[in-house]
Design a protein around this ligand. Sequence first.
Ligand code: PBG
Ligand code: ZN
Length: 332
Amino acid sequence: MEKRIDMTTSPDFRFRRLRKTPVLRQLVQENQISINDFILPLFIEEGIDQPVEIASMPGVQRYPESQLAEVVNRVWARGIKAIILFGVSTHKDEVGSDSWDDSGLMSRMIRCAKTAQPEMLVISDNCFCEYTDHGHCGVVCDDDVDNDETLANLQRQVLASARAGVDMIAPSGMMDGTVAAIREVLDNNGYGTLPIMAYSTKFASAFYGPFRDAVDSSFKGTRDSYQMNPANGREALAESMMDEAEGADLLMVKPGMAYLDVIANIRANSSLPLAVYHVSGEYAMIKAAAKAGVIDEKAIVLETMMAFKRAGVDLIITYYAEQLADWLAPRI
Ligand code: PBG
Ligand code: ZN
């Protein structure tokens, strides 16, 4: 066999030959971003009748329920095809029971969004922190969140979401055995085709700060006993591989920018679709820097999205989805 000459080892090789013109650069570009990659988070809050802007996240509103249909139609018209719904409940109790009530906020949001635009892919963020009076992501026992009691309630919640017509379940609570528990209850109740996007590797991150300010204001404490330690890379892979084994249809890393190594590692070890959650703090930092006039916002956001794709993600959950829809729209 003829020995293949590796041109890149030759001192005469010129990388710059393919960087000469825009057409050439586009032709050899390895990754692309498209509006089809994005999922927009939406916050719906009970007890308000006008949108309330989140102070640290300019451009991101908490909407009243009465405006959800209109918002869904607006973002659909802009080209957004998938949303993930967060409810901010005023009907809180110790266990978050409103979240599994068929007439509770989570069920109503799903029905409203699907009715407004049946083709919109509607994902529910399935957790309890917006529905419990203490703000933890499950049932508190002895100063900690009880894993298996929380899972029993989560099974109730996802069945309610399924009955409401949701297109995808996204459990974000980081209890062990979450995906298996959800898969089992869905399959046993006639929802065998409903996919699960696991928040499979979710870190206990300071990057959630603006989100907490906006929707979790009653929460005092930490989620360190259930979310992952940001120091752990091997465990980050193990968490996602476990969710794959339990039957997850998609995996996720959250947050994004500080965890590109984790994304790349999961990509190398799984063939499932992989999502990243570009979280509130990441959004807020870019907005603040843009406002201060020290960066080019559009260029920074596009470069960030490209970094996620290069690291290996297929889907991106981002508060920038609406702006990206404009930036990526074909110009005539
Ligand atoms: C709660 C939840 C959080 C986020 C989404 N769902 C915060 C947390 O886990 O403390 C973060 C979203 C963001 O920061 O953009 N399960
Ligand atoms: Zn939660």
